[in-house]
Design a protein around this ligand. Sequence first.
Ligand code: PLP
Length: 379
Amino acid sequence: MIYFDNSATTFVSGGVKARIAELTEDSLSANPGALHKLGNKANDVYESIRKETAGLLGSKPEEIFFTSCATESANTAIKGFMSRNKRAGNAVISTRTEHKATLESLEYLKGLGYEIRYVKVGPDGKPIEESLEEELGKGGVALACFTLVNNETGSVLPFESIAKIIKTKSPSTVIYLDCVQALGKMPIDLSSLGADMCSFSGHKIHSIKGNGVLYVRKGIRIDPLIVGGGQQDGMRSGTQSPVLAGAFLEALKEVSTGIDEGLSNVNEINSYLRKELSDRGAVILSPGDALPYVLNVSFRGFESETMLHCLEIYDIYVSTVSACSAKQKKVSYVLLEMGVDRKTAANAVRLSFSRYNTLDEAKEFIKCVDEIYDQFLVK
Ligand code: PLP
């Protein structure tokens, strides 16, 4: 099997499985909110996981909240900030290339009467600075939402310059940054990054599904999305799970080491595939300076889903960036926003790698692509 769909989700690492087994022992399974000593023990474990997670991300423990996924983190940050800070302004800026977790949260805000302003992106997927300045210049921007690494193309946000423009033009604007596809692939230090709120997802870094993190910088006030027993300082009610938090931490520990080695391995795979696929007439849609963990490619003569299923025959797994609905062929909104023509976008396939993929797998992939062209392309 060749698994090139790591931006969708990753396999669970052996270390994470072992840690889950430890944390599901009876002696650690009490409710962390219980007053008895078993509850205290579970709470101590949970708080030490929170502290260690914060340390690895470069934040304070009280700035870290465990959620069920990055979608929950995004919803909490975006809706929660606007709900709590009604006098901060009526506008939010973002781009149309964000993940749906952000875009749908913004749609929700639009329904409440907020103004959502979209900054244009260039062919490289990066926000155009003049467009950003123009939208900020209109005033009243309470919140700016961006993504550090785009999940469909690997396009990397030049965050330092974007943050500088925001802070110069509109100093009070708070910045939410989706860091899901960046974690473990590039160094992230929240103490110096310059974002006010960030989201992370466990299952993208070899943890299990069901665990995410929301970072909220000290001093930023937001309303909780989930209310109830007041756990996690009232920010996210629901019984805390040392198991899920511990699984996230274990995965984070593993991906926090060897970032450079992982990058150079994936770079080699990506460069090889870029060349071989271009030689075969495929169009590379990921920008040249994208993070090499994602390679978006449009195959000549095959629509996305057809290519996905052809590769599946060879036990190779990738994803489409377009999906068919009954009436209408949907094409990736990210690629269209970057100016890719509809026909090229309709043939786009996303290959996404983990540090554990190998060059041999990439070579096997190319062999299979050649066979697919020989066997299935209608000439
Ligand atoms: N943001 C980005 C960039 C993503 O790629 C994803 C998942 O595909 C998410 C947010 C949502 O993550 P989760 O599956 O943890 O909700």
